[in-house]
Design a protein. Structure first.
Lengths: 299, 278
């Protein structure tokens, strides 16, 4: 598969603070990547470095096959970071025309892309009359002007109202379904979970995990159990020895599996030992749970 | 190169403030012509500025370039804000992300500065030529082209000044503060001159020798004030016994100093941008 971006041992220090520490990962064509991390974990700094606005302290990165300069490569990239930056006194169309000149693409795409983000009827309104949601959508239109090989989005739904968030997500899903590679930085896990196939988890500038979202599910899930004979059930679970953790939540017991086990098998064994369940649910951890586990494990 | 100019032109074109100030600038330069109509009446003495020879070739080249160079402050505002706005609108970051290199960014700004200086120079040349042909006592070609060096000198002066503004805009990131810094710099140069002249190197011209290398001083030395060169001022000074002799000529060394400053400012701008995390 074609490589779009390779990051190699990237480190960035701001004075005494290390924002990004020895970070390496690769972005392949056609996947949707999420960079996950709490606020201040170095997501934006990492993107800033590969987007030519932050100078790395050490390490390197290469775009595509490594034979193009960064700014030439960026003409094939669409990116929006943090918040939309445009000239406030220019209209939507004028701002996009300027981006076309910079990216050296034809201006004919302007109306097409404005339509994608639903701003065609506001093409001649000044940027400073736009709401934040509209500004963010204009930024996406701008990033799409060159039909980019990869779309980089940094916290695209930050500060938006629920409707705005929904609109942006729909647009992202739509773009992803057309086969565009996407790199989405976010601290919102459901956002990443909904659209990404691969995930890079970083914390305090260090990579904790990089790979497909499915393989992140290293655990075997957990059971939610309830029985009239609460204490007996608990003792049984502890004695069984296949659970990494047994927690009490409300009146339920949460038993996390160390090995694979079906709910049917568990029910069978409990019944045999004379424990009758009133409640049995087997669940997989959400990305959120796993994310919290991963980021807390190294605290 | 045209692409870079076009990019910058697109940014300025829709900026109302920039448009108004640019137009004001060129209108102001045209207003030099109005000096021609200034008349004084001191009882019996009727005095018309235009008749005092200010529009005579070749003096007019000196006079007009000097007067016009005051108006450069208007363009300075535009240049400082066209740099600082890129920071305050955070569009500099976006430009780089969109695929403009830092070098191209500086180049697009510098090319714009050059274009401003060229247009301004051509404008002053034409205004002076028309005024001269209308009012000058002598219009022979050989006299007309004498001292024409003031025109390229004017260009170099503008170029350096605008490069300085560009550098300040990048350095300070805020238009108002950058203009304030320009003023502070001017004060610093004057204070250093005063200190050198009256404290350290008394009774010698070493102070002048040093100060001529300061950027603003070097620029202003390029085209010195032309008034004391006027006949009626000269004769008035002679009558008062304060005859003075001043060097009004433009020296190649002065042009060179100013050109070097331009190069320094442009490269410093690039260096700052390159080093800075946005």
């Amino acid at each position: 598969m074609e490589t779009i971006l390779t990051i190699h041992n990237l480190t960035k220090k701001f004075g005494p603070i290390t924002a990004v520490s020895d970070l390496s990962f690769t972005i392949k064509k056609g996947n949707v990547y999420g960079i996950l991390g709490p606020n201040g974990s170095g997501k934006s700094t990492t993107l800033g470095i590969v987007l030519n606005v932050v100078n790395p302290t050490s390490g390197s990165f290469t775009w595509f096959d490594g034979n193009t300069t960064t700014h030439e490569a960026l003409k094939k990239v669409g990116a929006i970071i943090e918040r939309p930056n445009f000239y406030p006194y220019m209209t939507a169309a004028q701002n996009l025309a300027l981006v076309c000149s910079i990216k050296e693409v034809d201006k004919s795409k302007i109306d097409e892309k404005l339509k994608v983000v639903g701003l065609l009827d506001r093409r001649d309104s000044k940027f400073n009359t736009f709401s934040l949601g509209m500004k963010q959508r204009l930024a996406i239109a701008s990033a799409l002007l060159n039909d980019p090989e990869i779309l980089i989005l940094d916290e695209p739904t930050n500060g938006l109202d629920p409707q705005g968030i929904h609109q942006i997500r729909e647009i992202i899903k739509d773009i992803a379904s057309r086969g565009t590679t996407i790199l989405l930085a976010s601290h919102l896990l459901d956002e990443v979970e909904k659209v990404c196939s691969h995930v890079v988890i970083i914390r305090k500038g260090k990579k904790l995990y990089a790979g497909p979202v499915d393989e992140l599910h290293v655990s075997f899930g957990y059971f939610e159990l309830k029985s009239s004979n609460h204490e007996m059930l608990k003792t049984w679970l502890v004695k069984k020895g296949i659970f990494s953790a047994i927690k009490e939540e409300n009146d339920k017991l949460i038993a996390t599996l160390k090995v694979a086990m079906s709910s049917e098998q568990l029910n069978q064994e409990l019944f045999t030992d004379g424990i009758i369940l009133t409640h049995l649910v087997q669940r997989k951890e959400s990305l959120e749970d796993q994310f919290l586990q991963l980021t807390n494990a190294t605290t | 190169m045209l692409r870079l100019l076009h990019i910058e032109f697109q940014k300025l074109r829709y900026n109302k403030a920039a448009k108004v100030i640019t137009i004001t600038y060129f209108v102001l330069i045209t207003f030099i012509a109005l000096i021609a109509s200034i008349e004084f009446d001191f009882g019996a003495i009727h005095f018309r500025i235009a008749d005092q020879g200010i529009f005579n070739f070749p003096y007019i080249w000196h006079f007009n370039t000097y007067v016009a160079s005051w108006a450069k402050l208007f363009l300075a505002i535009i240049i400082v804000s066209m740099m600082a706005n890129e920071y305050s609108h955070r569009t500099l970051k976006q430009n780089l992300i969109d695929g403009l290199s830092k070098k191209e960014f500086i180049a697009s700004k510098f090319l714009t500065v050059v274009v401003f200086a060229i247009i301004s120079t051509i404008f002053v040349f034409i205004v002076s030529l028309i005024l001269g042909l209308t009012f000058s006592d002598y219009t022979e070609f050989s006299i007309l082209i004498r001292d024409l060096i003031y025109i390229p000198a004017y260009f170099v002066k503008l170029l350096a000044f605008f490069s300085f503004c560009m550098f300040l805009g990048i350095l300070v990131k805020r238009s108002a503060f950058a203009l304030g810094f320009l003023f502070i710099w001017w004060i610093i140069e004057n204070i250093s001159y005063a200190v050198l002249k009256f404290k350290i190197f008394r009774d010698s011209n070493i102070a002048e020798q040093i100060v001529q290398f300061f950027p603003l001083e070097a620029m202003s030395n390029l085209i010195r004030e032309p008034f004391s060169r006027l006949n009626f001022i000269q004769s008035a000074a002679d009558q008062l016994g304060a005859g003075f002799q001043k060097d009004y000529d433009i020296h190649m060394s002065q042009i060179l100093i100013v050109l070097i400053w331009s190069i320094v400012f442009v490269n410093l701008s690039y260096l700052i941008l390159k080093k800075r995390d946005l």
